[in-house]
Write a protein that binds this ligand. Structure first.
Ligand SMILES: Nc1nc2c(ncn2[C@@H]2O[C@H](COP(=O)(O)OP(=O)(O)OP(=O)(O)O)[C@@H](O)[C@H]2O)c(=O)[nH]1
Ligand SMILES: [Mg+2]
Length: 273
């Protein structure tokens, strides 16, 4: 879909005629944008999150992780028309997959509920998508990005895992385990997500590269979680991320082997030993 305005015809308002919605002083778009927010006991943080969400968003889908506080009530009071989805299983990955399925927009944006993401950045993600990218991947380490939230150990772990992904999958990422991303809905058919925990962003980042999708990094600033404590456990979740990388790598090898075998069979050179 194009983000270019057509010239006005016979005095008609081009914005009204083509259902373009202005999203900045420079850009108007037609695709509806859904925002998915995974939230587990984030009632205190939600006012800060919703305050920054732009009013041109088509829908907000909050995926509640069986919160024991007022997450759902607070969210409903902050965003009229909010859609609330209960996740089936456990974990952030499970929550996001459930939320993606529920979205009706053409563009889907993932936003954490802890106050670390600034909704004003959504326009940068959407701009990249309407300009040709399939997947707009947030990066705290691209020029213009930053983080107030990561410890030295987490930065080191993220850098090491990101380096492995770049080497093994031919990516050129500057960040790996970051929850602020956006994509066209059609990407979901190509990446077929199947995970439950915090490894979900890594799995997405690997599968979009494997699927040959066009990925653009968006500089993003991660703020400190405002209230409450992180659900992430650096060692446990780092190991889960590593496991996903290794599993995706061996799948890739198997696929390459199979493709090579088929090519040889087709050219009449028989089986590979
Ligand atoms: N629905 C749901 N949401 C979850 C679950 N686990 C985490 N989340 C949400 O996912 C988002 C990210 O979780 P955080 O605990 O902030 O983890 P993180 O951002 O990786 O770690 P920090 O950098 O320490 O904040 C938050 O909005 C959480 O509420 C879950 O099991 N279910
Ligand atoms: Mg967080």
């Amino acid at each position: 879909m194009s983000s270019v305005l057509h010239p006005p015809s016979s005095g008609q308002d081009p914005l009204m005629a083509t259902h373009y919605r202005p999203i900045s002083s420079h850009l108007a778009i037609t695709p509806p944008v859904s925002v998915v927010i995974p939230a587990m006991n984030e009632a205190e943080n939600l006012p800060y999150v919703f305050k920054t969400l732009p009013d041109w968003i088509h829908e907000v889908v909050l995926v509640d992780g069986n919160s024991t506080d007022d997450t759902v009530e607070v969210a409903r009071s902050l965003w009229p028309g909010l859609r609330v989805v209960e996740q089936r299983g456990k974990g952030k990955g499970d929550a996001l997959i459930t939320g993606f399925e529920a979205c009706t927009g053409d563009i889907i944006v993932m936003v954490d509920a802890d106050g670390s993401a600034d909704g004003n950045e959504i326009v940068s993600y959407v701009s990249a998508l309407v300009s040709g990218a399939d997947f707009a991947k947030g990066s705290r380490f691209a020029n213009g990005g930053g983080t107030d939230d990561m410890t030295f150990i987490r930065k080191l772990g993220n850098w090491a895992l990101c380096t492995v992904v770049n080497r093994k999958f031919g990516a050129r990422y500057t960040d790996l385990c970051y929850g602020y991303n956006a994509f066209w809905r059609h990407c979901l058919d190509k990446i077929d997500l199947d995970c439950t925990g915090f490894e979900v962003e890594t799995l997405m980042n690997i599968r979009v590269v494997k699927a040959g999708l066009k990925v653009q990094e968006i500089p993003s600033h991660e703020y400190l979680r405002i209230h409450g404590t992180s659900n992430l456990r650096a060692v446990r979740d780092g190991l889960r991320v590593l496991k996903v990388i290794l599993a995706e790598r061996s799948n890739r090898r198997a696929l390459l082997r199979q493709a090579r075998q088929e090519r040889l069979l087709n050219t009449g050179r028989g089986e590979v030993s």
